[in-house]
Every structure is written in structure tokens, then in C-alpha cells.
Design a protein around this ligand. Structure first.
Ligand SMILES: NC(=O)c1ccc[n+]([C@@H]2O[C@H](COP(=O)([O-])OP(=O)(O)OC[C@H]3O[C@@H](n4cnc5c(N)ncnc54)[C@H](O)[C@@H]3O)[C@@H](O)[C@H]2O)c1
Ligand SMILES: O=C(O)C[C@@H](O)C(=O)O
Ligand SMILES: [K+]
Ligand SMILES: [Mn+2]
Length: 363
């Protein structure tokens, strides 16, 4: 029996609703497999915790997380009660930084049963590799003259090490896919960091002669995502550009409520963190109507990272079966709630497992 100890941080808003749904799916998968088991340890960290304790997580929170195999997170943020920069930097971004989750991989593809809002979508399958440790999110800057003509400075940081790491990861993924990497740049407007990013991209691409490359300015690339996403394979982007492109990726799939993400510590020195692209969605929180598919697809990315790609395929397949059944939440134009969607996914996981894909006793 392979036991995976997972730290669970449901967080805030719909995170508290979608995380248990995905855990049910993972427990079902583990039971069917027979040779693996998940040991879930819940941490009530987030904005409620902040309101009680003045911090988003305890002082030794990061050390606590280090002892787990992986981290499964929902979403963070209660913008009405805690400023977003406080909540995100005290939990989500802190974990990404301190556990060196330097790469954020976010797929966007047209699933069976989904209706893209694009007028004439062709089948697309994009993988965005978002640099996750620096760039525009670097904690460099400050606010001065707070009592007068206040001003703020925020510097972006681009190191060769981190840029190269994200790019190499993108090329490695492309080699296993359709062999194409697109770099998101903005060297026509940003004078130093983006020309540097382009230089690093050119240099890295030399080591991958079989991979085709393109470099697009982020504004044009955003339009590309809408007009011809089927031509994109792997996209590598800085922290902020990758953030924006992946909500767009969710949108062209049909809803940001289905988009998954993996914050990877690629060296596996510390746990990685799996969480959907979407946030805590305060506008629909507490109603039981949030789409659980983003969190469920995220659980597939965790299965993949644990080396259970076959199980991950079953989960994604069961999601598609559910969509084909038209069991959908309101963000997808459906009338089903979170519970109904989750139950249908679980039924399909069981059906797919029965239908022959022999997945028991693989270990
Ligand atoms: N990784 C994270 O934890 C993360 C990511 C993004 C935003 N946030 C935080 O979440 C809060 C809200 O941010 P926001 O409104 O910009 O983004 P959001 O992703 O929470 O919501 C944007 C819109 O998408 C909808 N939506 C999102 N997920 C959905 C789902 N699973 N099912 C159905 N509809 C869904 C919401 O109802 C809302 O209308 C803020 O505090 C923000 O900082 C956290
Ligand atoms: O990284 C961020 O800015 C937080 C959130 O928007 C995300 O995409 O995870
Ligand atoms: K999230
Ligand atoms: Mn985002």
C-alpha cells in the first residue's frame, strides 16, 4: 500500500466547497486502485484564521507543510474583510515562494461536452508554463511619503536562473507533445526585463533544435488565445502574463471554474501545491452551486505528479462523461449543483474503472 500524506488547505469562499468534492473523487480512485491511499490532514488557514489570529497561517506553518507529500489547496481571499494583497501574500504566495514551487503548469483544452464561448472553436490543447517565483510578483519596492504626495515603486525581477528554468520546463513538455513553444514577451514596451527574457528564450531554444518556437507580445498573444488557440501548444510566460493568460485559457474552455493548476517544486525538495486557477468566488460562495470541476481536474494533475497518470486519465475522462451527460453547474449554463456534478463524476470514475481499464494492483 502506497500512502500519500496530503496537507489540505480549503481556504476561503468556494474553496471550502470544492475541495471536499475533489477529495471524494480521489478517495474513490484510491479505493478502486486498491494499492494507494490518501491520508488527508486539514488546515483551517485563510481569512477567517487571519481575523482571529492576525496571520493567515501560524508562524511554523511552512515547516509544518514540509512534512507532507503534497498540498491540496482550494482558494484564498475574502476581499470584503481582508485586503487581497494581505491574504494572498500571507498564504498562497508565501507557500509558492518558501516551498520553491517555481513552476506553475496550467492546461487549457476543449473538453468533450464543453461549449466554448468562442464562435467557431477548433479543438485546442494548450499548456501554459507560468514562471512562479519572481517577475512582476517580486517583493521589491515600497511606498513612500505616506503622509503627503504618496508614491509607490514596484520592481519586477527577472533572473536568468528562474527564466531559464521555466523555459526549459516548457521545452521538455513540448517535446512530449506537439513540439512547439511560444514565449510571451513585451519587449516592444518594457525596455529591460523583456528583451532579457527574449535573449534567454533564444539561448535556451538552442538546446532544443527539434522544438519549433515563436515569440509573441502578450497583447497579441491574448488575441491569439481567442482567435486561433488551436495553433498553440506550450506557452511559457512570466508570473503576471501567465496569470492573465490562464484565466483567459479558462474562459475559452467555457469557464474559469474548470481550469486546474499545479505549483511545482520540480526538484521535489519540498511538496508541490495543487489548486484550481480560480479564486474564492465570493459572489457565489456558500450556495452549493460552485463548479467543482476545476478542483477535480486539479486532483488529476496531482495524480499525474504522483506518477499515476492512468488514474489521472480516468478522472479527466469521468469529468468529460459528466459534461457529455449535460450535468453542469450554472457557470456552464447548466442547472445542476456542486453535489450533483460531483456524484456524477464519481459514478463515471467507477464505470470507467469497471469498463476494463484494469487499474488495480499496479504497484
Ligand atoms: N489561487 C487563489 O487562491 C486565487 C485565485 C484568484 C483569485 N483569488 C482571490 O479570490 C477572490 C475573488 O477573486 P476574483 O473575483 O477576482 O476571481 P474568482 O476566480 O474568485 O471569480 C471570478 C468569477 O468567476 C466565477 N467563478 C470562479 N470560480 C468558479 C467556480 N468554480 N464555479 C463557478 N464560478 C466560478 C466567480 O463566481 C466570479 O464571477 C479575491 O480575494 C482574489 O484575490 C484567489
Ligand atoms: O497568482 C495570483 O495572482 C493569484 C491567483 O490569481 C492565481 O492565479 O493563482
Ligand atoms: K485557487
Ligand atoms: Mn490568477
Amino acid at each position: 500500500m502506497n500512502l500519500y500524506s496530503i496537507a489540505v488547505i480549503p481556504g476561503d469562499g468556494i474553496g471550502i466547497e470544492v475541495v471536499p468534492a475533489a477529495i471524494q473523487v480521489l478517495d474513490t480512485v484510491a479505493e478502486i486502485h486498491g494499492g494507494i491511499r490518501f491520508d488527508w490532514t486539514h488546515f483551517p488557514w485563510g481569512c477567517e484564521y487571519y481575523l482571529q489570529h492576525g496571520t493567515m497561517m501560524p508562524q511554523d506553518g511552512i515547516d509544518t507543510l514540509k512534512s507532507f507529500d503534497q498540498i491540496f489547496l482550494g482558494a484564498v481571499g475574502m476581499p470584503g474583510l481582508v485586503p487581497d494583497h494581505v491574504s494572498l501574500s500571507g498564504l498562497l504566495l508565501k507557500i509558492r515562494r518558501e516551498l520553491e514551487q517555481t513552476i506553475n503548469v496550467r492546461p487549457a483544452k476543449l473538453l468533450h461536452g464543453m461549449k466554448s464561448p468562442l464562435a467557431a472553436p477548433q479543438d485546442f490543447d494548450i499548456l501554459v508554463v507560468r514562471e512562479n517565483s519572481e517577475g512582476e510578483y517580486a517583493e521589491v519596492g515600497g511606498r513612500v511619503h505616506r503622509n503627503g504626495e504618496e508614491m509607490a515603486i514596484q520592481s519586477a525581477v527577472f533572473t536568468r536562473k528562474a527564466s531559464e528554468r521555466a523555459m526549459r520546463y516548457a521545452f521538455t513538455l513540448a517535446a512530449k507533445r506537439r513540439g512547439h513553444v511560444t514565449s510571451a514577451t513585451k519587449s516592444n514596451g518594457i525596455a529591460y526585463s523583456m528583451p532579457f527574457w527574449d535573449d534567454v528564450f533564444r539561448a535556451v531554444s538552442q538546446s532544443y533544435p527539434d522544438i519549433q518556437t515563436a515569440s509573441n507580445h502578450i497583447d497579441a498573444l491574448a488575441a491569439f488565445f481567442v482567435m486561433k488557440p488551436h495553433l498553440l501548444d506550450v506557452v511559457v510566460a512570466s508570473n503576471l502574463f501567465g496569470d492573465i493568460l490562464t484565466d483567459l485559457g479558462g474562459a475559452i474552455m467555457g469557464s474559469i471554474g474548470i481550469a486546474p493548476a499545479a505549483n511545482l517544486n520540480v526538484e521535489r525538495t519540498y511538496p508541490s501545491m495543487f489548486e484550481p486557477v480560480h479564486g474564492s468566488a465570493p459572489d457565489i460562495a456558500g450556495k452549493g452551486i460552485a463548479n467543482p470541476l476545476g478542483q477535480i481536474w486539479t486532483s488529476k494533475l496531482m495524480l499525474d505528479f504522483l506518477g499515476h497518470e492512468d488514474l489521472g486519465e480516468i478522472v479527466l475522462g469521468a469529468m468529460e462523461d459528466t459534461l457529455v451527460d449535460n450535468v453542469k453547474t450554472a457557470d456552464l449554463g447548466g442547472t445542476s449543483n456542486l453535489k450533483e456534478v460531483t456524484e456524477r463524476v464519481i459514478e463515471h470514475v467507477k464505470l470507467r474503472a469497471e469498463k476494463g481499464v484494469s487499474i488495480t494492483n499496479r504497484l
